[in-house]
Design a protein around this ligand. Structure first.
Ligand SMILES: Cc1cc2nc3c(=O)[nH]c(=O)nc-3n(C[C@H](O)[C@H](O)[C@H](O)COP(=O)(O)OP(=O)(O)OC[C@H]3O[C@@H](n4cnc5c(N)ncnc54)[C@H](O)[C@@H]3O)c2cc1C
Length: 164
């Protein structure tokens, strides 16, 4: 007999299950998939690649409690820690393609000119056949949550204490 049935073994369901267990209330977690984690998933086929969540945003969020309690190691995120892959290989930080991607990213995130889309800015800076263009657009869309078509070429404001 359970006091609670939790639907989904994502981080919310797992945290709820842990709290219930700690308070002595039996609970069961039902998960539809064949793995736990939900939108947190690490692909280790070629080394760890995060397919979902990867950043702990800011100093005050509860994720730290769980990371520390589990004895997990975390790594600070710096511009130097960015990695790009091409043709199945990780590019070195000195690769000319990486330098061009970085330059496009820096231009978009420091832009302070007339109101244009991120895509227009990037496309104006890189030749159509330059792969750096596509990398920069995808990177901006993913990491900075920029909708590259209609948005201004500026990342969304960051929360105080957010180290991303
Ligand atoms: C690409 C990506 C990047 C992200 N990056 C970050 C990040 O860097 N930092 C950050 O803080 N957050 C990030 N997030 C958000 C973060 O992953 C989510 O907020 C968090 O994982 C949500 O957890 P959850 O338990 O609420 O839901 P989910 O992780 O979605 O878990 C829900 C679970 O419920 C299961 N389920 C659903 N319906 C049923 C059902 N009827 N029966 C049984 N099981 C069911 C699902 O299979 C799933 O396992 C990212 C998300 C994505 C997709």
């Amino acid at each position: 007999m359970y006091d609670a049935i939790i639907i989904g073994a994502g981080v919310a369901g797992l945290a709820a299950g842990q709290r219930l267990r700690a308070s002595g209330r039996p609970a069961i977690i039902l998960e539809a998939r064949d793995r736990i984690g939900g939108r947190i998933e690490t692909d280790r086929t070629h080394g760890p690649v995060e397919l979902g969540a990867e950043f702990i945003h800011g100093a005050r969020i509860a994720t730290w409690e769980y990371a520390r309690a589990a004895g997990l190691t975390t790594t600070g995120w710096t511009p130097e820690a960015r990695r790009f892959a091409r043709g199945g290989a990780i590019l070195s930080a000195n690769d000319p393609l990486v330098k061009r991607i970085q330059a496009l990213f820096d231009a978009a995130t420091s832009y302070d000119g007339p109101d244009i889309s991120v895509a227009a800015l990037i496309e104006g800076m890189a030749a159509p056949d330059d792969p750096a263009r596509d990398y920069a657009l995808r990177w901006l869309a993913n990491v900075e949550s920029a909708d590259t078509a209609p948005e201004r070429p500026r990342p969304h404001p960051r929360a105080p204490g957010c180290d991303q």
